[in-house]
Design a protein. Structure first.
Length: 101
């Protein structure tokens, strides 16, 4: 089963707190030994450990979508069973998907 870690702090810039979030992510190594991903911004840091079950390339996290010059990033734990169909619908609506780090 995958795992997620994160920090949100609107009072200070945490974008350079790489060691902390990487250490947090290493503590959940057994939850997702196949891959890890990170997202670092001014007030938000995400870490993700992945156990690859399906979609090795398309399931990389954190996931970002850009719409109207705004980028939205998520990290989640779970499986969406109709991923292919949902992606096609969202892409027709103008969403694009890319790996952030």
């Amino acid at each position: 089963m995958c795992g997620i870690v994160g920090i949100v702090n609107y009072k200070r810039d945490i974008s350079n707190d790489y060691p902390l979030i990487r250490n947090m992510n290493s503590t959940i190594e057994k939850r997702g030994p196949d891959e890890d991903g990170y997202y670092f911004e001014k007030n938000v840091n995400f870490g993700h450990k992945r156990l690859i079950v399906i979609d090795p390339k398309g399931g990389k996290q954190p996931m970002s979508a850009t719409l109207n010059n705004n980028t939205y990033t998520i990290v989640y734990n779970g499986q969406i069973y109709n991923t292919k169909e949902l992606r096609q619908v969202l892409e027709k609506e103008g969403f694009s998907f890319e790996r952030t780090l």
